[in-house]
Design a protein around this ligand. Structure first.
Ligand code: HEM
Length: 123
């Protein structure tokens, strides 16, 4: 994942996350799950997490502690429908930002795996 940071930098990650959240906001499945009054905060948390996960700044850990992502997602109902929509909006964001390989493949593989791990209901 360090390749990702080398290729697109923190700025590239921030822009990817912005492109993703622009879609989430108006999405009929995912939109309602997110806090309406803290879009900026949500965007910041995902971006900081990804930078950290790619071997960059540990700002995420300093502000939020250990990620424990599955636990933090238990409060949201996540089934196949939510997982697939998350992945599809993130794929659109990767295309919009024209992220090339290897970063695109590395990020996509990580997203697929992590999104599936977040599922907490059947179907
Ligand atoms: C599978 C479908 C997913 C759904 C429906 C979902 C939904 C959410 C929601 C509603 C939040 C709260 C927003 C906030 O206030 O921070 C959140 C937070 C977060 N999500 Fe997801 N998420 C999904 C997958 C993922 C994946 C694949 C990743 C990582 C690649 C991820 C990383 C995060 C992070 C880092 C936070 C902030 C955690 C914190 O520090 O509180 N999520 N997610």
């Amino acid at each position: 994942m360090q390749e990702v940071l080398k290729q697109i930098g923190e700025e590239g990650i921030n822009e990817l996350v912005s492109a993703f959240y622009r879609r989430v906001k108006s999405d009929n499945i995912l939109g309602p799950l997110y806090p309406k009054n803290d879009w900026e905060g949500a965007e910041q948390r995902l971006a900081d997490f990804l930078v950290y996960r790619c071997g960059g700044s540990d700002k995420y850990i300093q502000e939020r502690g250990h990620p424990r992502l599955r636990m933090r997602h238990i409060q949201f109902t996540i089934g196949e429908k939510e997982r697939d929509r998350w992945i599809s909006l993130m794929s659109e964001a990767l295309l919009e930002r024209k992220i090339e390989n290897p970063a695109a493949d590395l990020l996509f593989g990580f997203f697929i795996q992590t999104a599936d791990f977040m599922r907490n209901v059947e179907g």
